[in-house]
Write a protein that binds this ligand. Structure first.
Ligand code: G6P
Length: 615
């Protein structure tokens, strides 16, 4: 994780760096720092524990001039959050400053060697070893910065996106990437931006180069972008056009990005389906399925790999692919899959689901699957990220940048995309009747309007939320398609309100969690009208019999459950397999309002980061 930003050109670097850090704060907010070189060639470094706003306050009345600089927002791995461990790290002589996102696995060995040779360290981070190593190589071999970086990277094991300033060359930033993301933005006057993702760059230029693993870029103001690798072989920059509007990166009047993103979902799902679902011709077309039809329809098995919320989307995908396509599916935590020596067949299709497209474990799972000869398919949101580049094909969910750390619109976008993919394959495999296929397409296309209705529960949920702020534990129950919704609802509450919550298959509750139920334990039950409706009613009875307090999500017009539950939230009806899209909305709102009532920073929950680029 960690977010890095850089600029070299003729504009004031500080303001670009700070606004860039604010856009990247979702990647970590334990500490922040900036380094700029002023016209007197002085390297000014300011860093502090805390968030970017703390850094801005810290820099007040300091010299923040200069047209070149780098900046960092940290999610701590090695070393506690403190200003000493904050980036940029400075070399022993004070000549170089470096920012790093990733983990240097062999830093202890490198550090010991440098200490033996008299280098003094100021922090306990793995990152500092990079800047000390680079300077040591520069000095002892009389190399320039690029040459020293090339030599140093031959010695380094681990993941990194780095950027380095050299006080003696105040027009140049050298940056490099291995397994951690890095994007270079090309300004009009051969000025350059760099960042962990394109969001800090989008307001200045739409031309970017996504660095590949092994790339080292030299960003020299006024000169053409130079790209090489560790062995000094020239790499050809591939310039891409990005299409991110500023509005997508702002809160647009909402108090938090999370609330904005919850409310954006109807529009996001329209964007996700646009050009793919055609209700008039009753067809779904996904170019990946057209291009790789044989591979996909002949899959012996689908293995879904993902982490966090994306894994929950995968659990819904499993039910969709199994029931509609009759293909067996396994859903794996990427972090477990990658280390388990799993059995992977060449005719397996591995679907990697990821909002950010940068999750380290998911990338490693992709690598393992590709090496085993499986066909690897990505379902991703961030355009141009590593996962879409490292999979054979895939589908973007197209819900726009998600900034709130707790994922909301990406989840419903993933489920919508998996629904389209399952329907597409079902049609090709002729595994569902044509009439059913048509009914499902029509229903899926109508989901955005139904989400608009589901969002009308916001006021009711806002009023209910204070009742639950006292809770220490909550239970979320659901069955079938709604079981992953229960897991996701519980995860949302944990992430932003710090209340312990568990999602459980409603019937499994009697095999353990039922022991926890008392009048202090709120139980949220997804009890929409479907095949398992009567069974879920029995489960509600079991909770009631033990004094539990039930809040039920029900299908509008339901009269039975309102007699049993303490509170009911009514939702529009839909087909069972699309119910997760609708039922997720009130659970997102519930987590949001409970966290707000508890005074939590919804967009920046403690200890979390949105993009987890370390394993
Ligand atoms: C982090 C985020 C979660 C996300 C998970 C997987 O833990 O906080 O919201 O679900 O990573 O991320 P991905 O980008 O791969 O979907």
């Amino acid at each position: 994780m960690c977010g890095i930003v850089g600029y070299v050109g003729k504009k004031n670097a500080y303001s670009i760096l700070i606004s860039g850090l604010k856009r990247l704060e979702y990647r970590g907010y334990d500490s922040a720092g900036v380094a700029m070189i002023n016209v007197q060639s002085e390297l000014n470094i300011y860093k502090t524990k805390g968030k970017v706003d703390d850094l801005v306050a810290f820099c007040d009345e300091k010299d923040t001039t200069g047209t070149i600089g780098i900046a960092h927002t940290r999610w701590a791995t090695h070393g506690e959050p403190s200003s000493k461990n904050a980036h940029p790290h400075v070399s022993a002589s004070g000549r170089l400053a470096l920012i790093h996102n990733g983990i240097i696995e062999n830093y202890i060995t490198l550090k010991e060697k440098l200490i033996d040779r008299g280098v003094q360290f100021r922090s306990v981070t793995d990152s500092e070893v990079l800047v000390q190593l680079i300077e040591y190589i520069m000095q002892s071999n009389e190399l320039d910065l690029l040459e020293a970086v090339q030599v140093a990277l031959h010695q380094v094991i681990g993941a990194y996106a780095i950027a380095i300033l050299d006080r003696e060359h105040p027009d140049t930033i050298v940056c490099a990437r291995q397994s951690s993301p890095l994007v270079v933005g090309l300004g009009k006057d051969h000025d350059y931006y760099l960042a962990s993702d394109a969001s800090p760059i989008a307001e200045y230029t739409d031309k970017v180069v996504y660095l590949n693993d092994g790339d080292i870029a030299v960003l020299q103001y006024g000169k053409t972008l130079k790209m090489v690798n560790k062995d000094n072989e020239t790499q050809q920059p591939k310039v891409k056009q990005i299409d991110v509007s500023l509005g997508q990166l702002e809160k647009g009047g909402y108090p938090y990005f999370m609330l904005k993103e919850i409310f954006e979902q109807p529009e996001c799902l329209r964007d996700c389906m646009r050009g793919r679902i055609n209700v008039e011709s009753n067809r779904i077309s996904l170019s990946a399925v057209i291009d790789y039809r044989e591979k996909l329809i002949n899959a012996r098995r689908i293995i879904i790999v993902a982490c966090g919320t994306s894994w929950h989307a995968g659990l819904i995908g499993k039910q969709l692919f199994e029931s509609l396509c009759r293909i067996p599916v396994e859903v794996e935590y990427a972090s477990e899959f990658r280390y388990r020596n799993p059995v992977i067949f060449p005719d397996d299709v591995v679907i990697a689901i990821s909002q950010s497209g940068e999750t380290a474990d998911t990338l490693a799972a992709i690598e393992l699957a590709s090496k085993s000869g499986a066909f690897v398919f990505g379902v991703c949101n961030a355009i141009g990220a590593s996962i879409p580049r490292q999979t054979q094909t895939g589908v973007y969910i197209h819900v726009g940048p998600e900034i709130g750390v707790a994922s909301t619109k990406a989840f419903t976008g993933q489920v919508t995309t998996l629904s389209m993919l399952a329907l597409c394959l079902a049609q090709e495999r002729k595994s569902i009747p044509a009439a059913m296929y048509q009914e499902m397409i029509k229903e899926l296309a109508s989901i955005p309007e139904k989400l608009e209705l589901a969002l009308r529960t916001n006021k009711q949920i806002e009023q209910l939320a204070p009742i639950f702020t006292y809770a220490k534990n909550c239970l979320y129950l659901g069955r079938g398609y709604n079981y992953p919704v229960a897991l996701e609802g519980a995860l949302k509450l944990k992430e932003i309100s710090y209340i312990h919550a568990e999602g459980y298959p409603a019937a499994e509750m009697k095999h353990g969690p039922i022991a926890l139920i008392d009048s202090e334990m709120p139980v949220f039950v997804i009890a929409t009208r479907d095949r398992l409706y009567d069974k879920v009613i029995s489960n509600i009875q079991e909770v009631r019999a033990r004094g539990g307090r039930v809040t039920a999500l029900v299908t509008e017009g339901d009269e039975q459950i309102s007699k049993l539950a303490d509170y009911v939230i009514e939702l529009p009806d839909t087909l069972e397999c699309f119910q997760p899209l609708i039922a997720s909305i009130p659970l997102q709102l519930l987590a949001y309002h409970i966290a707000v009532c508890k005074g939590k920073d919804v967009d920046r929950p403690r200890n979390l980061a949105k993009s987890v680029t370390v394993e």
